[in-house]
Design a protein around this ligand. Sequence first.
Ligand SMILES: *Cc1c(COP(=O)(O)O)cnc(C)c1O
Length: 222
Amino acid sequence: MSIAQNIERITAQLPHGVRLVAVSKFHPVEKIMEAYGAGQRIFGENRAQELAAKAPQLPTDIEWHFIGHLQKNKVRMIMPWASTIQSIDSVELLKLVNKEAARVNRHVNVLLQLHVAKEQTKSGFTVEEALKAADEGAFNDLSHVTIAGVMAMATFTSDMDQVASEFELVHDTFLTLRDKHFAGDPHFKEISMGMSDDWHIAVKHGASLVRIGTDIFGAREY
Ligand SMILES: *Cc1c(COP(=O)(O)O)cnc(C)c1O
């Protein structure tokens, strides 16, 4: 199937209100334009240099989401392009993003990345760390950042019960944060979870954003 057909097939299966982030990492701008031609407007990239190289060549109404581990010295590089940084994994990074956004007078949406997977290589706040940071006020008083929700990746496993229980934990944590710390804040509404192999499960557990690469663009060539 073509990229356009894949976009249409997936979008047709998403419940109302769930948005697709087309993960275009490692794929050339021509392929992104194919997805764009099918109506796709939200794209995800996980490397700063790659985002900064591709974005200027593409239409300005694309909404870029940064989804990879963000090194502190790369924040400035993505600031002109990223409308949402999904992968905020520490309070220091959050503060730096706010500072850099203020410096260039931009406003950026962010998601708090939660570490729920079994792999140590994945980054993010543990549930306890996220709740503690919230208790300590780390998510308050950010002038140029809007915390719009949470993001997570499940363990890379064929055990779909485990994946489901991790998504469940993300959903519960989202609700706890929302009710305790973002009560009455309409911006705190996103749960970004689900990739090519597990997005159906993520949607069942309350995802509002799914991040899909392979199922749209085919295998990546590294
Ligand atoms: C690459 C990537 C995806 C998409 O993965 P696929 O399995 O190709 O759909 C989603 N989220 C993050 C954070 C990624 O790095």
